[in-house]
Design a protein around this ligand. Sequence first.
Ligand code: SF4
Length: 397
Amino acid sequence: MFSFLIDRRERGGLLFRHPEATATKEIVYPVFIPYAGCPTRCLFCAQDIQTGKGEQSVANALAEAEYNLVRRPAHLPLPELAFYGGTFTALPHHQLEQCLQFASTMLAQGKVHSVRCSTRPDCISPEILHQLAKAGVATIELGIQSFAGPALEVSQRGYSPQVALEAARAITATSMRLGIQLMPGMPGQTFSHALEDVRLCTELKPDFVRLYPCLVLKGTALEQAWLRGEYQPWEMGQTVSFLAEACLALWRAHIAVARIGLAPEENLDTAVLAGAFHPALGSQARALALHTHIRTQLLHNPALAAHQGKDFTLHVPQRYSGQFWGHRADLEEAYTALGLCRQRIQFWDMPYFSLQYNNASPVPPCATAHSPTPAPRGSMGRAARRRARRLGEHNGR
Ligand code: SF4
């Protein structure tokens, strides 16, 4: 089923790559214009806290950006100019003109190499797309949050699933890059809705996706709903399971996951009242996704069955050494259940994974199971087991 991921077999073992679609690492110079152009204040949104910037005028934001970009040391790599924090394409006409003029000037002067902006799906039109492309905007990030009707309705987003789909398709029909932002766990959304959102993304084929699990932030309308008991965000385990599954689905569709969770800002810690907020959230999700990928490789490879009882080593690219065992090694028991205890893992400098058999050696004592047969449930960490199981169930395994 996943044989497309297997490059070739070696001595009865197997070679495979990480399924990750890598995002180009951009150095971004952000111009934050919190709430500018927003038709309403969305019930979960606290841009001032999320961006660490208070409300400021567009003119001031541009003046500050110009000051910094013009003085940016020449030896530093050129950044990408990014208009974030509001609804860029719904700015009043003269402000949008000001921003686009500024962007064109910075591009012409070689102060930035590219321009991006974020906006809402109901603020996209053919005229706007033409205007952005003409000014040199290369990437549009759409804050879709969900394609599910009930989620959009309960969260009072003010547009229909159809509008969200059409906006995404309109951008992919241009030469500009599309980024989609999703908010799993938002009010009115079920786990199935969130999975369907990911599936739709794999159809729409944006260049990247950002996953921001819904949090209850101080000062938002969502805080009031949460206090009244009308909303409960997803708990951490459920969120990590979802994110891992989403990552795998997106990676397999060659879509990069550019970010998971809000970027740490100074006041964010104290502003988060409820929800899955953890500095290592992205790394936990990616680690669980990788475990599932490896588990799938082992369980679904009939060639391995012929080597029951033989010792083996899994070589893992060095770049994954930091996340391989999970946060605080919470995936170690799940790996051991696959026969992948620590002495069978070696990190190496190659960019792919390689499982190699050692025909001469007996199975060493660390292995609870040589074959990809999961160990008894009691031997796996509870949290890791629950997440791994949930992911397996959702994948139909
Ligand atoms: S979520 Fe987007 S559209 Fe809504 S208030 Fe925040 S920045 Fe504006």
